[in-house]
Design a protein around this ligand. Structure first.
Ligand code: FE2
Length: 415
């Protein structure tokens, strides 16, 4: 396979990329525009990028909005109530059907690497078992990581610890947590220490729903970061959401950032979901309820973006388009400075890959697996401006998706 007339991130030139045996075998700058032939894919000056990474999605709950009841208030807590009504209706087939449909949506929008949380506060672990099978079924096409996510708590749910341990035995890759939802602060602290100990014991990664609340007193992030630092496993640990940080006072946050940098943990922000769910206890002014993505980037912390939900009890919209999520973060986090836009795609590509610890499979370099997408636009800024479609998605040399650019058939022409 050969790609011609492609642009690479951070470079104005056109490139030819040769792929052999599923790997990049040659990447060379061109003298000028090459004429296309039957052997080559003509990128037409568009960007050849590493694939998108979806580092935080709930495949078990996806496409259940309104079943059996709609979330009328739109709040996170009503979402948990609606989900508690839907959960007893779960079957393996139901989870698999919806998960595969959602994965197709993500793939159609350039995603090749996914981390899904799966609710394991279920004595039968129905959804977890279903997703473990899906992971096996699609492994040649897509990288899927599964987080054992205790939606209703580890210490606050009957046999919560036992279910987490069982989920690991059944095949979960990542250990989750939800300290701000535990009954007491003490339970929250204990759960974070337990999660890190379990990660040390099992060698698994960690990804915690951490402080997903507007309560400025929710400070489990410092507990998680300290435990990760002391265990020396920070790069394998992720704090998702951390929306309480939006409400922390700046003096505390300044002190906290020192610890976060030392700990080397990763962060996932879900700006569309957080803007929708947070700020619900405010009059005006209302907090935006998004973690400090801009400041994290400036401090050199690893932060990436995720969609979190696709049409589930917490979020009725969602369509698998990470470019939409990025656009939302740019607006809500004041990140439209040119220097922030020119590498904006990092937030839905490289930073997510680092969070998932998949860097050996990731990167447009000779010898690495040929995993890439072609995006409408010649650089990060143009891609974000256009919010265009993914034209081609290739995984290890195999075409996952090819799409013709949309074309206006009739309409005004002014120049
Ligand atoms: Fe989540």
């Amino acid at each position: 396979m050969k790609i011609i007339n492609a642009r690479l991130r951070g470079d104005e030139q056109l490139f030819t990329l040769q792929i052999e045996a599923g790997k990049f075998s040659r990447i060379s700058p061109q003298e000028g525009i090459l004429f296309s032939d039957l052997e080559s894919y003509d990128a037409n000056g568009n960007l050849c990028s590493v694939p998108f990474v979806e580092p935080h999605i709930h495949l078990d709950a996806a496409l259940t909005a309104g079943e059996p009841n709609w979330n009328i208030s739109g709040t996170l807590f009503e979402g948990i109530e609606r989900w508690a009504e839907r959960k007893p209706l779960l079957t393996e087939e139901d989870v698999q059907t919806r998960a595969l449909k959602t994965i197709e949506l993500l793939v159609a929008n350039g995603v090749q690497f996914i981390r899904t949380h799966v609710d394991v506060t279920d004595p039968n672990l129905v959804a977890l078992k279903a997703l473990v099978k899906i992971r096996e079924q699609i492994k040649d096409k897509l990288h899927l990581q599964i987080v054992a996510f205790p939606q209703e708590g580890i210490l606050s749910y009957p046999n919560g610890k036992g279910l987490m341990e069982q989920a690991i035995k059944e095949g979960a890759d990542v250990i989750g947590g939800i300290p701000h939802f535990e009954f007491t602060r003490e339970y929250g602290v204990e759960s974070m220490r337990w999660v890190i100990e379990l990660a040390q014991k099992t060698g698994k990664l960690v990804d915690v729903h951490c402080d997903e609340i507007d309560d400025g007193a929710a400070r489990f992030l410092e507990v998680l970061a300290t435990a990760a630092l002391e265990a020396g496993i920070g790069e394998r640990v992720t704090a998702s959401h951390t929306t309480a940080m939006h409400s922390y006072n700046n003096a505390y946050c300044s002190k906290l950032f020192r610890l976060l940098k030392m700990s080397k943990i990763n962060f996932v922000s879900c700006p569309t979901e957080s803007m929708h769910l947070q700020g619900r206890f405010d009059g005006y002014p209302k907090v935006r309820g998004i973690t400090r993505v801009k400041e994290m980037r400036e401090a050199g912390l690893n932060v990436c973006l995720a969609e979190d939900s696709i049409q589930d009890p917490w979020y009725t919209l969602g369509n698998g388009k990470l470019l939409r999520v990025l656009d939302s973060a740019i607006h809500s986090c004041h990140m439209m400075g040119y220097n922030e836009l020119e590498n904006g795609l990092d937030l839905i590509t490289n930073n997510g890959a680092r969070t998932l610890q998949i860097e050996e499979q990731y990167g447009i370099e000779i010898g690495k697996p040929a995993n890439f997408i072609i995006l409408e636009g010649g650089n990060d800024l143009e891609v974000i401006q256009k919010q265009g479609e993914v034209l081609l998605s290739v995984k290890e040399g195999n075409v996952l998706l090819e799409r013709k650019p949309a074309e206006i058939l009739t309409g005004p022409v002014f120049g």
